[in-house]
Design a binder for this molecule. Structure first.
Ligand SMILES: Cc1cc2nc3c(=O)[nH]c(=O)nc-3n(C[C@H](O)[C@H](O)[C@H](O)COP(=O)(O)O)c2cc1C
Length: 218
């Protein structure tokens, strides 16, 4: 039986609404994916708050089908870097079609993944496909959508805390399952180094689509 509680709505004036929407947009539009990290550590309490923020995301049937593994151990980061570089080297040199390589050319990426060792923390995000309850397995719903939304909250929280992140997808990512000892029902989704930018870090000069191109009003 569902139990209901009063929804706690914080009412704000039209002016405050405009100011807050504008301030949040200004904050988000300054977010960039950073690929050059400093090794300056991040307080565990801050990482915990960021991860708690990710956990406030909506999810299909409220299954919250996400797991965040935070890696700070230097040896484990080294092993992850080495495995990621091996699969990425294969991808860049043999697996990616020319069209994909052309699309990446403007970002200046290659198979070297130094940031996996330099960033103070790597957040490995796993999707939980089903939950095992004794002999019975219970399915989760809209797992990709749910975990994707949680990662959106996570990236916004990282940026809001004055930190930077890289949404990384070493492909294939199966090695993370073994290295991080995750059970069969958890599958790697993204690997996100978090920390501070290296002094003088640069980012590619990309452009965001104007709203006229992405929004249709009816
Ligand atoms: C699902 C996803 C996968 C990505 N994978 C990689 C990756 O493996 N390596 C990388 O350097 N950047 C990766 N990126 C970062 C994108 O290249 C970056 O978000 C995009 O160029 C826009 O730049 P911005 O984040 O600075 O706005 C990924 C982003 C997303 C959303």
């Amino acid at each position: 039986m569902a139990e209901f509680i009063p929804y706690c709505h914080h009412s704000i004036s039209d002016q405050e609404q405009h100011e807050r929407a504008s301030a949040f947009y200004e904050l988000c539009q300054r977010r960039r994916t950073v690929r050059e990290f400093s090794d300056r550590p991040v307080a565990r309490e801050v990482l915990e708050l960021i991860l708690k923020t990710a956990g406030t995301a909506p999810s299909g049937a409220n299954k919250q089908p996400w797991r965040f593994i935070v890696v700070t151990e230097p040896q484990l980061k080294r092993e992850i870097r080495s495995a990621a570089e091996a699969v990425e080297r294969e991808s860049y040199e043999h697996r990616m079609p020319q069209e994909w390589l052309d699309d990446l050319a403007g970002l200046g990426t290659d198979w070297h993944k130094e940031f996996l060792e330099t960033a103070p923390a790597l957040i490995a995000v796993f999707s939980i496909l089903y939950t095992q309850e004794g002999a019975r397995s219970r399915k989760n719903y809209y797992v990709k959508e749910s975990v994707g939304i949680a990662v959106g909250f996570l990236l916004a929280a990282i940026h809001n805390a004055g930190l930077v992140a890289l949404t990384h997808t070493p492909s294939p990512m199966d090695f993370l399952q073994k290295f991080l000892q995750r059970p069969e029902n958890e599958k790697p989704f993204l690997l996100i180094p978090v920390g501070y930018p290296k002094e003088g870090a640069k980012v590619p000069n990309i452009h965001r689509k104007p709203i006229e191109e992405t929004v249709v009003w009816r």
